[in-house]
Design a protein around this ligand. Sequence first.
Ligand SMILES: Nc1ncnc2c1ncn2[C@@H]1O[C@H](COP(=O)(O)OP(=O)(O)O)[C@@H](O)[C@H]1O
Ligand SMILES: N[C@@H](CCOP(=O)(O)O)C(=O)O
Length: 336
Amino acid sequence: MHQFQVKVPASSANIGPGFDVLGMSLEVYMTLDVQVSDDKSECVLTYEGDGAEEVPLDIHKNMITQTALYVLRCHDIHEFPMATKIHVKNPIPLGRGMGSSGSAAIAGVMLANELAQLKLSKLQMMDYVLMIERHPDNVMASMMGGFVGSFLRELSNTEKEAMIPSASDLLNNKAFSRPPENMGRYTKLPWAPELKALVVIPQFHLSTSKARSVLPSSYTKPDVIYNLQRLALLTTALGQTPVNHQVIHEVMKDKVHQPYRSQLIPGLQTILAQMTPESQPGLCGICLSGAGPTILSLATDHYEEIAEKMLTIFKQNNVECTYMVLSPAFEGASVL
Ligand SMILES: Nc1ncnc2c1ncn2[C@@H]1O[C@H](COP(=O)(O)OP(=O)(O)O)[C@@H](O)[C@H]1O
Ligand SMILES: N[C@@H](CCOP(=O)(O)O)C(=O)O
């Protein structure tokens, strides 16, 4: 009997101006409890947690097991070992901007790595994750842990061909290509210990693909410079202690994705305009978490007051929410 547990944290990506660059892992974990026995029974997938009514239990339709089967196919293995039993416990809200799809892709790659004893490192596993997620910010933070900056190296023309099949076609075995090697690069960034993440989670879903589809294909030079200036200072400001609330608030502003996504998230513009360190003691910065609709606030205290103010504004826009106060998950994804 081979037993193991895969544990993957949620993430909050972008952190304002760091679109597709910055992300932080959050102490909300999805776990997979896996048993492989010697009997000849079928593979069984069970699930509890967010979205239980929508997550498919067919291993050829569930994103976690589809990802695992894709990784196995890349190693000329075409099925799970007989009698593999996988129980998923997932508190990460689906489709809310807390990295659920990234965490699912990571879990699937780590599942394959363990089942087939592929002995892939975290960075080697990231190549497979990036064939599914295609941007490194959320998944590098979940995989490596903490506050993380990342980028994708330039690919050769041959390597670019490997990226032609869509993630969906790879997952559904409608196309096949192996990942280019060492695609992702990252660095762990300092984090001020007094900073906590307050996530206010609207009850409606917003798919990342939808939220990416409303972004323009080009930007003005002033808007690019606006984000570059803030991004450069943000990576330092979040690591300095004591934190400077006013500086963090200013350098967490964005003009690359949030203005275009506000049409999809009622209340976002009002919240970003009204929530400042002056109006909300304890608040540092505030931004969309990933592709949304969740909003991330970084604060040093008064978390409940900050949350209640945002819940009120969302309620005025007919949006019901929940909230969590979280620290970064500094250890990232793991197999126990
Ligand atoms: N634990 C999971 N198990 C299976 N599928 C998942 C899981 N988590 C996420 N997904 C898939 O990813 C989708 C959400 O991905 P996405 O739109 O990128 O939103 P998010 O901001 O949560 O990453 C879900 O609708 C589901 O199809
Ligand atoms: N940079 C991406 C981040 C998506 O994060 P997710 O948690 O919503 O999957 C984007 O903003 O599209």
